[in-house]
Ligand binder design. Structure first.
Ligand code: TEU
Length: 546
């Protein structure tokens, strides 16, 4: 299915394990997604991105792939996937798969063969290095500890930028690239419509030298990455009308323009994460830190302007399966009224930007962080490693739990809240991770029944994007950047100007007297008059260009 104007589409991300369980084993599955397709079609999204559905030991919930051609038996089988694609297409919904080819699981056959003998061609599929005095470099794994693991049989170390069971593939080896093309083409042949490529800007490793930081400078947007992506595009999805998005870790604007300029034939769009590091203290994630609104605005606008001027394309998002819930993070989940208004305003502020918006499951009903209070509630390998790391550094247990409750990836991985029945209607069994206790009030059933709910704000925003070219194509003009509470920008297209004003705080804010909000009201949230805007209020007005 080729989409005529893919730039107007909106993507919904499904974290399969936590979406909807039809077997009662406590984990979501493909049939569970099929069951909810009508809900997703009603929301109005265009694409569904499924997190990895392949055979995996699940040490990193599927981002550790054991067999790229086999559907994970915990989620169903290939027949279920085909049914899902068919049923989605019948509802004008397209399917994007998540491709993880920076690394494989160490249980993958290639790695197992690589371990058997240095003479095996698969030994060259990974980075094995001999070193006599400890690890070959001081690079750190993103999940903690040194990024090299010693293998006694070969007397060598192998590289793993993530978990020790996720070994990095050697893309400099042309045979690895050929294998990747086979994988991608296999899923294209099965009928999918696009791909999300996991940490795809890390695939080209440069020199293996000691780092003054954690090693990032040697493999982030590495020396051959554009060549590799261009080749991938040409050998697989490039001429098939697919939508692709690359997940870019610690990337730069300059590279993202290159990744996404159409003429370069690399990817359709990119995720970057700079705007989600505004609650890190001195660049450190595992800290108890309030977010910095000025920084958030500045980073968003730097990328909006830069990508617009450079002719690239952004993916825009607040949430994913690695990030805490936005309403708890940049909004306010202290009480029901604040939760509702802040979630809507965050949605408006993001969906009026240029780029492809992503909605993470549950975001459309304003799901919050679960506010876990015990380490036993956490499941994520990164969080568990971070807990140990903070313990070693001598942090108090209560401080660690506060930090985890703000920063853990599990914040977004709790089960989707469908209704007020047991386990939020997610499973009839025992969920693999606790459901947030607020599911009695925050759930999809309740949201659908209330016309003023967050769900309908998202639905309206998606419709607006489909109907008004200005949201997709308009120029973007930041305004009042120094204002301590307001996020204000304009979109300009042909003879129209849209003004977006969002109060990002829980205080009533006086409007600057130079800010004129007269015009046709496109969407509004909270209270607003000529002079002031209520807590987390937002408005979008359309005017004619002067
Ligand atoms: O994430 C890549 C990544 O670098 C992160 O966003 C990561 O979660 C962060 O560094 C932690 O602080 C991707 C996937 O989205 C993630 O779920 C996987 O664990 C990771 O790659 C490895 O495949």
């Amino acid at each position: 299915m080729v989409q005529k104007d893919w730039k107007k589409s909106v993507v919904y991300q499904i974290y399969v394990k936590s979406f909807n369980d039809t077997t009662g084993n406590g984990e979501g599955d493909l049939q569970g997604i099929i069951e909810k397709l009508d809900y997703l079609a009603y929301l109005g999204v265009d694409y569904l991105w499924l997190t990895p559905i392949y055979d995996s030991p699940m040490n990193d919930n599927g981002y550790d792939i054991r067999d790229y051609f086999k559907v994970n038996a915990r989620f169903g089988n290939e027949k279920d996937l085909k049914t899902l694609i068919k049923e989605a297409h019948a509802r004008q919904l397209k399917i994007m798969l998540d491709i993880v080819v920076n690394h494989t699981s160490t249980e993958h056959q290639w790695f197992q063969e690589a371990l058997k003998s240095k003479e095996s061609p698969y030994h060259q599929f990974y980075f094995f290095k001999k070193s006599n005095d400890g690890p070959p470099t001081n690079w750190e794994s993103k999940f903690g500890g040194n990024a090299w693991q010693y293998d006694s049989k070969s007397d060598e170390y192998y590289l793993h930028l993530f978990d020790v069971t996720q070994a990095d593939l050697n893309w400099d080896n042309p045979e690895v690239r050929q294998e990747v093309f086979k994988i991608v083409n296999h899923w294209i042949d099965l009928g999918v419509d696009g791909f999300r490529f996991d940490v795809i800007n890390l695939i080209s490793k440069g020199a293996f030298k000691n780092s003054t930081a954690i090693g990032k400078e040697f493999y982030t947007d590495g020396p051959r990455v554009h060549e590799f992506l261009h080749e991938l595009n040409r050998e697989t999805f490039g001429d098939k009308g697919m939508m692709t998005v690359g997940e870019m870790s610690s990337t730069s604007l300059e590279h993202c323009i290159k990744y996404t300029r159409e003429a370069r034939q690399e990817l359709s769009s990119v995720f970057n994460f700079h705007h989600l590091k505004v609650d890190y203290k001195d660049g450190e994630k595992w800290t108890n830190q309030k977010f910095d609104l000025q920084q958030l605005k500045a980073i968003l606008m730097y990328w909006q302007r830069g990508i617009y001027e450079g002719g690239g394309w952004n993916a825009i998002f607040w949430c994913n399966h690695d990030q805490p819930r936005v309403v708890s993070r940049f909004g306010n989940d202290e009480n029901e009224e604040m939760r509702q208004t802040s979630a809507k305003t965050l949605a408006i502020a993001l969906h009026m930007l240029q780029g492809t918006p992503y909605i993470y499951q549950g975001e459309e009903i304003g799901m919050t962080d679960p506010h876990f209070t015990s380490i036993h509630q956490y499941r994520d390998v990164e969080s568990l490693n971070a807990y140990e790391m903070m313990k070693r550094k001598g942090y108090e247990e209560s401080e660690i739990l506060t930090i985890l409750s703000q920063k853990s990836r599990d914040n977004s991985r709790t089960p989707m809240q469908w209704d007020s029945s047991n386990h939020a209607g997610f499973t009839t069994g025992k969920p693999w991770i606790d459901v947030a206790s607020n599911y009695h009030t925050i759930n999809a059933e309740a949201a659908l029944a209330d016309e003023s709910s967050i769900f309908y704000t998202y639905r309206t925003l998606i419709q607006l994007r489909h109907e008004h070219d200005i949201i997709t194509y308009g120029d973007i003009v930041p305004r009042y950047m120094d204002h301590p509470a307001l996020f204000v920008y304009e979109r300009h297209y042909k003879d129209e100007v849209w003004l977006i004003v969002a109060n990002m705080t829980s205080e009533v804010v006086e409007l600057p007297n130079t800010l004129d909000i007269k015009g046709r009201r496109v969407i509004q949230n909270g209270t607003i008059n000529e002079y002031e805007i209520g807590a987390y209020g937002a408005i979008v007005v359309a005017k004619e260009k002067e």
